[in-house]
Ligand binder design. Sequence first.
Ligand code: HEC
Length: 203
Amino acid sequence: MTVVRALWHLFAVVGLATAIGGVWFAAQGVGAIATPGALETALARTARHYLVPAALRARTNPVPSTAESLAEGKAHWADHCASCHGNDGAGDTPMGRGLYPKAPDMRLAATQGLSDGELFALIEHGVKLTGMPAWTTGTPEGEQATWRLVRFIRQLPALTDDDLLEMEDRNPRGRAEWRALEEERKFLSGTLDVPEPLPGHPH
Ligand code: HEC
């Protein structure tokens, strides 16, 4: 009898907590503008840490830290990751700031303190209920590319102005932006054909 009563008490407490949580959640609205509070961030990051299997977290980077692998990681980052994380990893981009949770400043200890294996797992599998996509291709080549990204992430706190300039050339651009750049280049080299104004245009 006492066991049944204890169970009812447990259900009542869990039910109440769920109801309070639901009201709190609904009161926030669906928008992504707000920044999650410190407690929510700490709880989410701790849960994320333990949800990555320990064996995966313990993996070490099989890719050597050569100039070649770092260059590949840098180019890959500029092309696929910088739209949210920024070339410098600060997350200070329109998309990175507009997400809930925001793209973190990956130069800081909170990210740099994660193991190589955890960074690898987060990139390959993504992070549920956040803007962080899964990038796995399910191939050994894809895994190698992810390990090179991990090597590059370790360099984020020490990037130079030259690195950042080089990455700007590798950021994805639409056709219109390429065309504008090409015209700017032609204009600067004096070879742009400026169209004649239409004759007799009323305004
Ligand atoms: C559409 C936006 C978006 C893109 C593109 C993106 N990310 Fe993320 N990323 C996020 C967000 C948001 C988080 C924070 C997730 C969280 O709080 O758990 C994140 C977190 C991470 C983290 C964990 C860092 C930490 O301290 O929480 C790593 C590592 C990471 N991203 C790597 C990458 C790499 C590498 C790429 C490119 C291949 C990439 N991301 C592309 C949005 C993005």
